[in-house]
Design a protein around this ligand. Structure first.
Ligand SMILES: [Zn+2]
Ligand SMILES: [Zn+2]
Ligand SMILES: [Zn+2]
Ligand SMILES: [Zn+2]
Length: 248
């Protein structure tokens, strides 16, 4: 069997065990093997930050005439209903914020793993002895189960929409004349047509897969075959370029 066929076989077996196709964002089901330390989980989709409603002011202008005690038509300032005046609140994180959190988590994880002298296997790290005990094909299959993430999006597969800068909406202003004939500026927002209001687009580097590029030397197999020579039989070894990851 060629290394690719063998990898395909090992992968089919691994997938049958964990029961689901793999994506960079989801940790594979089933416990990781002994001596393997999985990468950090995907960054949360929500987090605390500056309140988007009042933009961190803590107050908003009310134009509710029913409760307005001032002259007709005037606005007055009320505590922001979203953050209740706290200026910060739990809100959806933009793609760029999530990628930044993921990068921080990844960097901290890598520092710790390297300090413990573990070796990278796919997106994870492994005790050196455990990694060296693995057959090349098994090591490549493990790396494929925890695929190496795209450096740009850190495995999330997304980046901020370039049109709305991750906001999901476009702020516009409208000039309207009031009863006295004075021009008033009325801000309003429209959902961003480019991203459908989500604020994110697929990462351009990995086209949204969240994965590092396939290694061209081994074609993603992570292993290469060394043909037989007069003094020894053919054998399979870790790819020199990607060290078994199949991605670089
Ligand atoms: Zn607020
Ligand atoms: Zn957009
Ligand atoms: Zn990417
Ligand atoms: Zn390779």
């Amino acid at each position: 069997m060629s290394p690719r066929r063998r990898l395909a076989f090992a992968l089919t077996f691994a997938l049958a065990l964990c029961g689901a196709p793999l994506r960079a964002e989801e940790a594979p089901a089933g416990p990781p093997p002994e001596g393997f330390f999985p990468p950090p989980a995907a960054a949360p989709t929500q987090g605390e930050g500056i309140c988007p409603e009042c933009k961190g002011r803590g107050t908003v202008e009310s134009a509710n005439r029913a409760i307005d005690t001032g002259p007709d038509g005037t606005t007055f300032v009320v505590p922001c209903p979203r953050c209740r005046g706290a200026k910060r609140c739990l809100r959806p994180l933009s793609a760029a914020e999530r990628v930044s959190l993921q990068r921080q988590a990844r960097n901290a994880y890598e520092r710790e793993q390297r300090a413990r002298r573990r070796v990278p296997v796919g997106a994870g790290f492994m005790d050196r002895a455990a990694a060296e005990a693995l057959e090349p094909v098994a090591r490549a299959a493990l790396a494929a189960r925890y695929p190496k993430p795209c450096r740009t999006c850190q495995g999330l597969g997304i980046e901020n929409c370039r049109k709305c800068k991750g906001q999901g909406k476009i702020e516009k202003i409208e000039r309207v004349e009031d009863e006295e004939g004075e021009t008033q500026i009325k801000p309003y927002t429209l959902p961003c047509a480019e991203c459908g209001g989500s604020g994110s687009q697929p990462c351009r580097r990995c086209e949204g897969s969240g994965l590092a590029k396939i290694c061209s030397r081994c074609d993603g197999a992570g292993v290469t075959d060394v043909p037989a020579a007069r003094d020894r039989p053919a054998y399979t070894t870790l790819c020199r370029s990607c060290k078994g990851d199949g991605r670089r």
